[in-house]
Design a binder for this molecule. Structure first.
Ligand code: FES
Ligand code: MG
Length: 587
């Protein structure tokens, strides 16, 4: 390791500035309260931040409260000084009106902490969905050495001999409840059984997806993403991550050296192979923009669509996180892609080696869970990118299109027409979905608007609307759905979602009316309402759909500054602040 005595860390500007000894004294004195000495802080060793996302409000990441001890041990053993600090809480499924508001808020807070305090490098503790992108976004803006430590998924959930995965069990049981097959008590029991231990969602939801993405980007140690939270290996990799970040500080291995267009294209490819969450699309675009990498919605089609689904994990498949880890996890999947010539193997990673070097010798040990390249679960399993007169960009996760859905809607090829049933937000959907006056049948498409970044605000996971109860009782478990919101990464609904621009930003969903016919052509990548141009113009003159008022200061600011899902829904003005750690803040 290069431990050049000439390497001067930015923290020395706080603790060892000969021109302002009065200030350094002031900066030093309080840290002694937990055991650091002035000599230690002035020794020139790197100060390593541990960005702590675990807390009681963020149960999916709470394992990090314990893991941080192992990280500290690693940092100290490698010659660094650890300083742990809290990150604004993010809990995906409990935060109202939506945790999407928190990703950009946690980002803002982390940028301020990393920039304004004497931190030379950082361990990003990640897990629950948005903790991963927000940490990576912030580390890219500040651009100090950063490494991702996932907390890992929960153990596999079992209910009466059947695997029950977090999130996915909710969507599936909700349909059973509607069909009258189970009661409320059974519903609750199935949900609780899906969460048997510490950790984040054990399905290939957004949490597992985003941690796989972090690994694919080269930002975590090899194999980190999939280790279940309670496993012995989780503690070990926390220790190794602590050791490694100290070396990275000396090597000045910053996100800007790791994150390239090739590494982001690798991440897009991995999302397809694992059957990853549709939330990967906005998050990957958000991280790329803060990293200064150009990505276009079309990159998902060009680089991600014509790849196979290799991983048989819920919601696209059958198994859960424990089995995925034992089968070889993310490295085994990437090794398949690399051997098929589908990954850029020369990308630099936080190990200091290339992706291809990290993957040497990694082979899947369980071919039921991680399939071989030439024996996939599905071909062409990436996100379809659609456009038309209702929106410029929306995506559809094709790996969850079931045979039943295909038979119902796509039996005549890749195009179909459906009658729109339009809902203004999810309250409207829940109030009216079973209203007989809507006359919903199997040739309808359920549409939700007012669910995007500005409309909700934040953008909500509501597009996976289930059909009315009378259709479910007849065995029709899914209708096509469309919306300007998102859906949970644990959902198995083949929705058209993340439609941008959203209705609240003047998108075409604003003028759509119940009863309009929508034509969707999956092969051509189009989705259009069959409404004449003069009629569209007339409707555009009418009052737009209602948008709720802001209830907090941040909601108002978020709405003012946040862009659309197709562009990552970042704080648009923040993009220009990349690389700010190059200049130390003034006293
Ligand atoms: Fe936190 Fe799924 S709700 S990881
Ligand atoms: Mg989610």
């Amino acid at each position: 390791m290069d431990r050049s005595p000439h390497r001067r860390f930015r923290s020395r500007d706080w603790f060892d500035d000969p021109s302002r000894s009065d200030m350094t004294a002031l900066y030093l004195e309080r840290f002694m309260n937990y055991g650091l000495t002035p000599a230690e802080l002035r020794s020139g060793r790197p100060i390593i931040g541990i960005a702590q996302t675990g807390n009681d409000l963020s149960p999916c990441n709470r394992i990090h409260v314990e893991l941080a001890r192992r990280v500290r041990d690693g940092i100290r053993d490698a010659g660094g000084v650890a300083m742990e600090f809290p990150v604004h809480p993010i809990f995906e499924n409990c935060r109202r009106p939506t945790a999407a508001l928190d990703r950009n808020l946690a980002y803002l807070g982390l940028v301020e902490t990393l920039y304004g305090y004497p931190i030379d490098a950082v361990v990003l503790t990640t897990g629950c969905d948005k903790t991963t992108p927000s940490g990576i976004m912030a580390a890219s803006t500040v651009d100090i050495p950063a490494i991702v430590l996932s907390g890992g998924p929960m153990l596999d959930g079992w209910h009466e001999g059947e695997l029950v995965g977090s999130g996915t069990v909710i969507w599936r049981s909700r349909r059973k409840l509607a069909a009258g097959e189970i009661d409320e008590e059974e519903f609750l029991q199935r949900a609780c059984d899906s969460a048997p231990s510490a950790g984040h969602c054990n399905t290939m939801g957004t949490a597992s997806t985003m941690n796989a993405v972090a690994e694919a980007l080269g930002l975590s140690l090899t194999g980190c993403a999939a280790i279940p939270a309670p496993y012995r290996e989780r503690g070990q990799i926390a220790y190794e991550t602590g050791r490694r970040i100290v070396e990275m500080a000396y090597e000045d291995l910053r996100p800007s050296r790791v994150l390239t267009r090739d590494s982001f294209l690798n991440a897009i490819r991995v999302v397809t192979a694992i059957g990853g969450s549709s939330n990967a699309q906005p998050h990957i675009h958000a991280m790329a923009r803060h990293a200064g990498v150009d990505l276009a919605p079309g990159d998902w089609m060009e680089h991600g669509y014509r790849l196979p689904l290799l991983v048989d994990v819920q919601p696209a498949g059958r198994f859960l996180g424990e089995r995925f880890h034992r089968a070889g996890g993310v490295p085994a999947v990437m090794a398949e892609l690399l051997a098929a010539g589908k990954l850029a193997g020369e990308c630099l990673t936080v190990t200091g080696r290339t992706l291809a070097q990290n993957l040497a010798g990694r082979v899947a040990s369980d071919r039921e869970v991680i399939r071989a390249w030439d024996d996939p679960l599905k071909e062409d399993a990436g996100f379809l990118v659609l456009s038309g007169n209702l929106f410029d960009t929306a995506i559809m996760k094709t790996s969850v299109i079931s045979d039943a859905f295909r038979a119902q809607f796509l039996s005549d090829g890749d195009a179909f027409e459906a009658r729109a049933i339009v809902f203004d937000g999810s309250d409207d959907y829940h109030h009216r979905i079973n209203d007989p006056a809507l006359d919903i049948d199997e040739r309808c498409i359920l549409v939700i608007r007012g669910a995007g970044p500005i409309g909700w605000p934040g953008s909500a996971e509501v597009v996976n609307m289930q059909p009315p109860d009378h259709l479910i009782r007849r065995g029709i478990m899914a209708l096509p759905t469309l919306g300007d919101g998102r859906q949970s990464g644990t959902s198995d609904s083949p929705s058209i979602l993340n439609a941008s621009p959203e209705s609240a930003a003047g998108g075409g969903l604003a003028w759509l009316r119940t009863g309009d016919t929508i034509r969707i052509d999956l092969r051509a990548g189009t989705c259009d309402a069959l409404v004449a141009a003069d009629e569209i113009a007339r409707r555009r003159g009418e009052a737009p759909p209602p948008v709720p008022q802001s209830h907090t200061p941040w909601e108002e600011l978020y709405r003012e500054k946040t862009g659309q899902l197709a562009d990552g829904a970042i704080l648009e003005f923040a993009e220009k602040y990349r690389g700010i750690a190059a200049r130390t803040p003034r006293h």
